[in-house]
Ligand binder design. Structure first.
Ligand SMILES: Cc1ncc(COP(=O)(O)O)c(C=O)c1O
Length: 477
């Protein structure tokens, strides 16, 4: 299907835009109101998520199994049962460069839609990398530097995470080596340059540098890559060098933990805006970190009975792990180098179509999000990319921010709900995560505006073939 660029992409002729009323658009906290602890949702859940398993023994992995990849401070956070974990001063100081991030009321978007809903967005594009990713890149680099590590390796999809880690490594004097998914590397040359500006070294993945990369290239010399393959490459290099460690930009408990500063700030900011809480919270999910970061503090309030938001994840229709995947033990990477984690997965061999939201092209989902979904504490929907870009164009033309392709999914879902409110005459409060700007993703907008963007239908047969690669343990687990 070819993109229809002007479905609801205009604010022309909207008489309310000429109204002289001056309103509050931004809700801004003082630096002293940055949260000083991260919130760990696990102790508040009715049951803990199933543990990661060692692929050889099928026993739960212990701290020693993870030590070749992560420093002990992060391993302890990964398995922590504490509700709150102190943010170290060296991290808080760095956070102050861009935190607290603003919460916006989308007055002009509401007007363009003619909805009685009140739409708020928490904007993480003000960070040095332009997204939420530095919220975890900074503490990860900090703890690794403290442990004497000399280099961090990582994967990146859209390039946002790689940029964030390269920036964080530059703060603490670490080297940074990044494997960027081939499709994104080709689509987004400026992201590679930005990583290099921060001192990172970037490879197109699959790369000839690693055994996993060479195996993928042997299958297809023009391989578009996937996050699963890029993770295998970065893990392989880190595991082979005692002074290197690996850093992951999503999926793991400690990554979601670091992102909870987003939701903690948003709770204070909604209060400033005079709202009791959101009726609906929507965020996009690749591996689940921006969504978990915004939603977990609200989930805490929901479980405590002080708020009652519907919490809804939005994934791309071409990579729908929550809505069409299997809840099973699977590898986090393609080559099978990581522990087995219980998550919604499309199969670790699944290569998603090269859609523009590179950060959402991951075969799995954070085990914590998967568990919360299974507990029925949240919902999930999948939206095709053309609807997302239609929504993003209207958002840009009314709010003046060009969203990264990933949060266009959250915006599309917020708009769906706002239009339903219009239909029903309901005044819901909708909170969404605008987790990054799209200034380096303009090729995606070009593809949409020129009408060349496509929505590919993923057939059941293709999903079924990928699910066959899920290890047998999962099918009973
Ligand atoms: C701007 C942006 N949003 C969202 C994502 C998806 O990741 P997560 O689900 O962990 O937030 C990415 C990943 O690269 C991203 O760059």
């Amino acid at each position: 299907m070819v993109g229809s660029a002007r479905k609801f992409g205009t604010t022309k002729g909207n008489p309310v835009a000429l109204d002289d009323t001056v309103r509050q658009h931004k809700f801004v906290l003082d630096e002293s109101q940055i949260p000083t602890t991260w919130y760990n949702v696990i102790p508040d859940l009715p049951s803990p998520p199933p543990p990661p398993l060692h692929p050889g023994t099928l026993e739960p992995v212990g701290p020693d199994d993870l030590a070749p990849l992560f420093p002990m401070d992060l391993i302890l956070q990964e398995v922590s049962a504490d509700r709150y974990i102190d943010i170290p001063g060296g991290v808080l100081d760095a956070y102050r460069h861009w935190r607290p991030s603003p919460l916006f009321r989308a007055h002009r978007l509401e007007q363009a839609l003619g909805t009685p809903a009140r739409i708020y967005y928490k904007y993480e594009g003000v960070s040095p990398a332009g997204s939420h990713k530095p919220n975890t890149a900074v503490p990860q680099a900090y703890y690794n530097a403290k442990a004497g590590v000399t280099k961090l390796t990582t994967e990146t999809g859209a390039g946002q995470w790689g940029t964030a880690l390269a920036y964080a490594c530059s703060l603490y004097g670490l080297e940074c080596e990044v494997w960027q998914v081939g499709a994104s590397y080709d689509q987004k040359p400026y992201r590679r340059i930005m990583m290099e500006v921060f001192g990172g070294t970037v490879h197109r993945s699959p790369s000839p540098e690693t055994a996993s990369g060479r195996a993928a290239l042997a299958q297809n010399a023009d391989h578009p890559g996937s996050l699963g393959i890029a993770i295998s490459e970065a893990v392989e290099v880190a595991a082979a060098h005692p002074e290197y460690r690996y850093a992951l930009g999503s999926v793991l408990n400690h990554v979601l933990l670091h992102q909870t500063v987003i939701g903690e700030e948003a709770i204070l900011q909604l209060r400033m805006a005079g709202e009791g809480g959101p009726d609906l919270l929507v965020g996009c999910t690749g591996g689940g970190s921006n969504f978990g970061g915004l939603s977990f503090p609200f989930l805490r309030e929901k479980l405590a009975g002080t708020m009652n938001p519907v919490i809804r994840a939005v994934e791309p229709a071409s990579c729908p792990s929550l809505t069409r995947g299997l809840y099973a033990y699977d590898f986090g990477d393609t080559a099978g180098l990581t522990p087995l984690v219980k998550m919604h997965t499309l199969g670790h061999d699944f290569i998603p179509d090269p859609i523009h939201a590179g950060g959402l092209r991951y075969h799995g989902m954070a085990p914590l999000i998967s568990h919360i979904y299974e507990l029925g504490l949240m919902e999930a929907i999948a939206i095709p990319q053309i609807e997302c870009f239609n929504a993003a164009i209207l958002f840009a033309r009314s709010e003046g921010i060009v969203p990264a392709p990933e949060p266009t999914h959250a915006i599309a879902a917020a708009i769906r709900e706002a239009l339903a409110c219009k239909e029903a005459g309901e005044e819901k409060v909708i909170l969404t995560a605008l987790c990054g700007h799209g200034h380096l993703d303009l090729a995606a907008y070009d593809s949409f505006l020129s009408g060349s963007m496509r929505d590919e239908d993923v057939t059941d047969e293709r999903f079924a073939a990928a699910l066959d690669t899920v290890p047998a343990v999962s099918k009973v687990g």
